[in-house]
Write a protein that binds this ligand. Structure first.
Ligand code: GLU
Length: 169
């Protein structure tokens, strides 16, 4: 059983990491976190670290790199689509690096969704079903980044997914 944790607020990444430690008892094969750093980070890109094995390995990589984080999501993975590799560990990011997703569960209609994304020039960086979600969201919103647009698009995307899941973006 895998787990998701998310924090909005001060020191979000380190608090997310602590959340993942609390979820370790559920079992997992790899883990990762992504965070937005405060507004002084002009790139607005999501910073990500992932690791195979224990959350302690992730913690060693994260150490000192997420100062000033204001929003963070984290994941402990139990692989269903794609091997146990760092590249398949969550979070998965959009190609522009501005959004990131974690997901527990299985998406069953991956092949149709992948065909659509491939037609729209999206390239997969992992073997997971999860990565489709963030590209579908990007396809829906284009360059818009206001909350209402993104949230509306997210609801449309999840309505298209078949299977069972929990998702944080
Ligand atoms: N199906 C996803 C994957 O294989 C999520 C697995 C999970 O629930 O951790 O990456």
């Amino acid at each position: 059983m895998c787990g998701i944790f998310g924090v909005v607020g001060e020191d979000a990444a380190m608090r997310t990491l602590e959340g993942l430690r609390r979820l370790e008892y559920r079992g997992y094969d790899s883990s990762g976190i992504a965070a937005l750093i405060d507004s002084s980070d002009k790139s607005k890109k999501v910073k990500t670290e992932r690791s195979v094995g224990h959350v302690s390995s992730l913690a060693a990589k994260v150490n000192g790199k997420f100062e000033g984080s204001i929003v963070s999501i984290g994941h402990t993975r139990w692989a269903t689509h794609g091997g146990v590799t760092e590249n398949n560990a969550h979070p998965h990011s959009s190609s522009d690096g501005l959004m990131s997703v974690v997901h527990n569960g299985i998406i069953e209609n991956t092949s149709d969704l992948l065909t659509e994304l491939t037609k729209n020039q999206y390239k997969m960086a992992s073997e997971t079903d999860t990565e489709l979600i963030i590209h579908l969201l990007h396809l829906e919103i284009g360059d818009s980044r206001d909350f209402e647009t993104v949230f509306g698009a997210f609801k449309r995307v999840i309505n298209r997914l078949k299977g069972a899941w929990a998702i944080a973006v």
